[in-house]
Each structure stands twice: as structure tokens, then as C-alpha cells.
Design a protein around this ligand. Sequence first.
Ligand SMILES: [Zn+2]
Length: 442
Amino acid sequence: MHDLLIRDCHVLRCEPSETTVLRHHDLVVDRGLISAVSPTGTTRPEDCEEVVEGRGMVAMPGLVDTHAHVPMVIFRGLAEDVSLETWFNEYMWPLESNLREDDVYWGMQLGLAELIEGGVTAVADHYFFMDRAAEAVREAGIRAGLGWAVFGSGGKQGLERSARFAAEWNGQEDGRITTWMAPHAPYTCDDDFLRQTAREADRLGVGIHIHAAETIAQTEASVARHGRTPIQVLEQTGVLDHRCIVAHGCGVTEDDIGILARSGAGVACAPKTYLKLAMGTTPVLALRRAGVPVGLATDGAVSNNTLDVWESMRLMAMVQKDRAGAPESMTLAETLHVATRGSAAVYGAPDKLGHLAPGFAADLILVDIGGAHCQPLHSIPATLVYATRASDVQTVIVAGRVLMRDRRLLTLDKREIVRRVSDAMERLQRRVPDKRIQLYEP
Ligand SMILES: [Zn+2]
């Protein structure tokens, strides 16, 4: 008996410059992995414990959100039409000074419900009270790479808490949860702190997830202050000797791209945040040309408002075309490659996620392409990149387990989650002047 059969769907396969669609195929899942991809009818439904009908739908690798602060959904809509500096100093960091661990737990549940409903099967998350976030991940059934964020001002204690969390949760839930060290950024953590973080990552065998070169202004400030770019700081402190997620990189120089390429680090691109906060953008085309993996990200919902990776994909493609002044660049195939295998590589699992082939994790989604906004169906890749909506995702499967079926969440109670978050609304929006967890002065 096989565990699961997904019948008669169109299977999407993404290579760097070519997308193929295997029409009318079945996917067979055993022990959390894809065991076969074959023309419909090859496997008999009666030989499978569970059958999901995929007729008329595209099966594609679940989307991977390579940089998020999921629990920040609780602050959604509270910081609009402000500069990056005001966003941090007058909104984000004062708001977070009121944060309680229960807020993180319910915020994480709310954000995970949104992610699963939008076809995301794995998220690299960077936040506080991560033991509570990890509990929510355990219950939701999604895959997550979690890091307990820490500032240099958190000192030895903060670093130890982050490392303790990483040690305790890495590999939990049959490897569905992995952990990362999560120093905030080179402008909030000094060299010594970053060196100690790198040593901890070494000791624990985990990667490092960090914000760096978020804007060109940050890179210029770093050069003026230390004579080095933020990426050079990461290189010199040993951070880049590890598996590394660099969030944003809108301010990387040409030399920085060379450093990143030699290090094997991946870069997370969250274009909606950049557009709203006028931050520039990740040089996706140049990074990919140099061999640096680039993945899609949402960042937190205080800048992005949603955790919609479809929107990230579409904005990334259009911003890259616009920046290059070349509509023929950032093709459909490249865009879908970033969304699947590129994001899987940034997440640190290029051989496990992002591809529907035997041996890969059964982390996949079924997308309904029958809507009026998708018809007629001349090109499945064009439909997926430019027409599909997150709400077209019908079914979400992680490690062979169905988390959403026909748009119904099976592991999370959305009404209860919304009620819990609403109960805390008044306290969550309180900003005490001059009470903040950090100061933004890159
Ligand atoms: Zn971030």
C-alpha cells in the first residue's frame, strides 16, 4: 500500500531557464517523500491509503518563504506611509516592547494559517519567543526554519537563549523543524557579537539567518563608519563560513556579489516591503548570474501587510524587468525557478524541497487554474506567474500530510485564532514614547 496518491494533475518542473509541465500525471507519496511521478493510471487508487483528486489542477512544489517574521501579523497595518527610520524607531521597536510570548504563539498561528492558505509549505522565520512559535509550527504541520532573533545589545544572555533554542528544536518533528542562529543585522550587532554567533553556529551545526545590506544607504553608512560593506563584515566575522540566509541585500556592491557567490550564501528577496519603504531592490539577475541562490520572501506583515508569496513572485519579476529596462529579462522560467528551486536552496534544502521528483519531500500544492482570470489556458507558466491568486491554491501537503483540502484548513482553527488575536488588539497597538527594544541608526 502507498500512503497517498494525487491523481491526474499537471506537474510543474522548473529548471533555471526552462519550465516543463507533465500533463495528466499522478504523484505517489510514501513516508513523507515523493516515490513516483507517472502518467495517470499507472498507480491504482485502491493500492493507496489516501487519494486526492487533482484533475484540472497544477501540482507544483509548495512555495517557500525564505525570510519572514510571521508573528508580526498581529501588527498588520499599524505603520503606513512612513520612512524606514520612522518605521523602526517610532513604530516597530516601540510596538515590540509590549510583546508577550502568547502574542507570538497566536500571531504565529494566524500567520501560518495565512501562509498555508496561500500555498506556502516552508518558512524561514526570524523572531522572538521562538519556543512558542515552534509550538505553533508543530501543531500547524508546516515546515519551518526558525531562528530566535537577537541584537548585540542582548549580550551574552541573548546569544545563549538563541543558541539554546537552536539546540533544542533543531530536527524536531522528524526534521520538519530546523533552526538557525538569528542575529538581527551587522548594524545592530558588533563584530565581536557576530564572531561569537558564528562560533555557536559551528558548535550546533546550524546556519545563520541575518538582515544585511538592506539599502544602499546602509552600505554607505557601514563603509563610512568601518571602512567595510555589511557583506564584508559578515565575511570577516566568519558568518559567511556557514550556511547563510541574507535578507534583502538591496545595497550589495559588485564585490559583495563575488563574496556571496564564493560563500554559498543565499539571498531572500521581499519586493513588496522594498517598494513600500522605498528601499531599492535585490539585484536578483546579477546575483543569479554570479551563482548566488535567490529566494522569495515576504518579510513581516508590518511592511508587507500580507504573507502572500505569489505577490512576492509577481512583484519581483516586474521590478527586475523594470530595473533592467528589459522586459525580456526575468523570464517566466527564471521567475518560477526562483519561486521553487531557488527558494529551496536559500532555505538550505536544495536536495529536499522545491522539486517534484522521486526522493524529494512531498511538500506540494494543487492550484486551481479553472477561474475566469486564468482562462483560456494558453500558457501554464504565464498563468502561474501573472494571473493566479493565492486563493486559487486548493490543497496543501507537507511531508505527505494534507494541511488544507479544498481550501479547508485541517490543522488550525482560524476562528479561535482570530478571536484570540482580536482580544489583544488594544494592547498590541499601544506605543509608549521612547520605549523601544532597539534604535535604528545604521
Ligand atoms: Zn526582516
